[in-house]
Design a protein around this ligand. Structure first.
Ligand code: AMP
Length: 587
């Protein structure tokens, strides 16, 4: 009886590890879903949330501000301790294998464990303890916990403990793969993924969704609502080629807002407590203590969720702005206060999703805008985005030019139609961005995901000569290749590339990547770049928009050029294959 209870509450870590091994061996997205759905049926509900986090290589929900901060040195030391090998031996093996997971599997010898087997909960508890170790002596404490944990693991378990602890699991099971598998297991129909996706967009994390659908099915999911502190998937904008198209796409009228060139922030306030999330829903509260104060003091509600763009100011001014790249220097863990002074910011709020218990997302844009204006006590460093309502193209153009003059990127047109609600996670026609470069036939910009690297030669040896890049196809949950980018990088960018992609390298193509081109190294699709390009052409090699018919041509971008890294975007927030196909058809 005791055993039965125990297995209701926990899962042997080796069961999860078996699944990891199977996922690692497959090259097919559908097979991944099959493996996972078979597995979820056997996972006790009590640990289905942490099991889901582990499958994605995380320890907690993505939006939680929990970091293990285990560096390579600490890991090498822990493996040395647990295996009885010297640090030199471990370092040497690491140089040879390039993966601490493989090193641990090789040197940890506890193939027959005399004590209790490791469980998912036990591994989770220990990793959380590492995350919470702080203050002086924290390194030693982390080392002890990690070495003890590895001591209890079999070699193959050790491989995965190490990869999770370092944040480099890279099994390729994206959120959509997981939601698909959960839909199959608990609703018997993959098509029900849309209900899980809705809950995910509203701020549910994969663990919470897994637990909810496992206990109360679709009915439980539909009761999930917004919660302050759970970031909501952000709404994205479409693009048009000509200013006039804005009016065609928005027959119920539009408001133009400045399109600020900064970082999008979703700010959650509950009393004195404020948390801030980036475009990819990472908790970045620590980077913006100044914004935390302003949300606390200038938002007239006890509870609220608002969105806006933080823009870097020229120090000492409140109306002269600097570009996005300057703001990105605030992406750091240390010396925040110094950077708050060096790079002051102003916050322009452009949306409101929740106020004092009331969901505002279902209201139209004009209604939300009115609520927003009342909610914000305007001050020099926080105010609603400048908005201008007109049905006259010339006036909108004048507003657009004013935006460029101020150093912003262009305008965001927002539909004023009765159904212009806030659609979490969607890229639809109720928001349209318009930048100057869209008008010319020569340049267009794309956010692409790097899926592979081509080794550099000559001047570029030791770094990547070109990066194989893809767009995202949400219908098929896969990344489709668009181009190889090799120009536009300055020396500093080039120097950064090897380090940047070191943790993304995988030994085979990700099951979520569809590419006919073979790079020197495959990468887990994670890093997003903004690039410009000259022209879209049909291509037998690139797979963008190719659909299921592999013999039909895809689309390629000619003369692609690197513009900047988009650290604030997830792979799934890249330009979609559909957008590229639509652009091609327009030309
Ligand atoms: P995209 O991410 O390509 O859909 O472009 C939209 C981005 O423009 C948003 O994610 C915001 O970061 C940024 N942005 C700047 N100003 C505004 C605004 N007034 N309304 C909405 N988004 C804005």
């Amino acid at each position: 009886m005791k055993n039965q209870n125990a297995s209701d509450q926990d899962l042997k870590f080796s069961d999860l590890v078996d699944v990891f091994e199977r996922l690692d061996a497959t090259r097919s997205g559908n097979e991944m879903i099959e493996i996972l759905s078979g597995f979820f049926a056997r996972v006790p509900i009590a640990v289905i949330d942490i099991t889901s986090y582990f499958i994605q290589g995380n320890v907690v929900a993505e939006h939680e501000d929990v970091n293990l901060n285990i560096g390579e040195r600490l890991m090498a030391e822990a493996i040395a301790r647990a295996s009885g090998k010297s640090r030199e031996e471990i370092d040497q093996l690491h140089v040879e294998r390039g993966d601490f997971g493989l090193v641990a599997e090789l040197v940890i010898k506890n193939s027959t464990i005399s004590g209790e087997p490791l469980t998912v909960r036990r591994v989770h508890d220990q990793l959380l303890e590492i995350a919470h170790a702080g203050g002086s002596g924290s390194q030693e404490a982390k080392l002890n916990i990690l070495a003890n944990l590895l001591n209890l693991a079999t070699p193959v378990e050790a491989k995965y403990v190490v990869r999770i602890a370092l944040g480099v699991l890279r099994l390729g099971a994206g959120t959509m793969t997981l939601l698909n598998a959960l839909a199959v297991t608990f609703t018997q129909d993959k098509r029900n993924k849309k209900y899980l996706e809705r809950a995910y967009n509203l701020g549910g994390d994969v663990g919470l969704i897994a637990r909810t659908v496992a206990t109360s099915g679709i009915a439980g999911l539909s009761q999930m609502t917004i919660q302050v502190g759970h970031p909501i998937k952000m709404m994205a904008a479409q693009r048009v080629q000509k200013l006039n198209e804005l009016f065609e796409r928005m027959p119920h009228g539009l408001a133009a807002e400045f399109k600020y060139d900064g970082e999008r922030l979703q700010c959650h306030k509950r009393g004195e407590h404020v948390s801030i999330y980036s475009r990819n829903l990472e908790n970045i509260t620590a980077q913006y203590p100044d914004i935390v104060d302003r949300i606390r003091n200038f938002i007239r509600a006890k509870e609220a969720i608002v969105e806006g763009e933080a823009v870097a100011l020229v120090p000492g001014t409140t109306d002269q702005f600097q570009v996005f790249q300057v703001l990105m220097r605030r992406k750091r863990k240390h010396e925040i206060e110094k950077y708050v002074e060096e790079i002051p910011v102003k916050l322009f709020l452009f949306d409101v999703l929740f106020v004092d218990g009331e969901n505002m997302m279902e209201k139209s844009y004009p209604e939300r805008r009115k609520i927003l204006e009342k909610l914000v006590s305007k001050s020099e460093l926080i105010e609603p985005a400048s908005a201008f309502i007109s049905d006259n193209p010339e006036e909108i153009e004048a507003f657009f030019l004013e935006s460029l003059e101020k150093g912003f990127e262009g305008i965001m047109a927002k539909s004023c139609a009765p159904d212009s609600i806030y659609r979490a996670g969607a890229r639809e026609w109720s928001w349209i961005k318009w930048k100057r470069e869209y008008e010319s036939d020569l340049v267009d910009t794309f956010d692409v995901v790097v899926i592979g690297g081509i080794a550099g030669r000559g001047k570029r040896s030791g770094t990547w000569g070109a990066l194989l890049c893809a767009v995202y196809n949400p219908e098929l949950d896969r990344f489709e290749s668009l181009c190889k980018v090799s120009t536009g990088f300055n020396d500093e960018d080039l120097g950064k590339l090897p380090e940047m992609f070191k943790t993304a390298e995988i030994s085979h193509v990700s099951p979520r990547v569809y590419s006919k081109m073979e790079p020197t190294r495959w990468f887990e699709p994670r890093v997003v770049l903004e690039i410009s390009g000259a022209e879209l052409t049909k291509s037998p090699i690139h797979t963008c928009g190719m659909g299921d018919d592999e013999s039909s041509p895809g689309l390629a971008l000619r003369f692609p050029r690197f513009l900047r890294f988009r650290d604030d975007k997830d792979a799934e927030q890249a330009t979609s294959a559909k957008e590229v196909v639509a652009l091609y058809k327009k030309k």
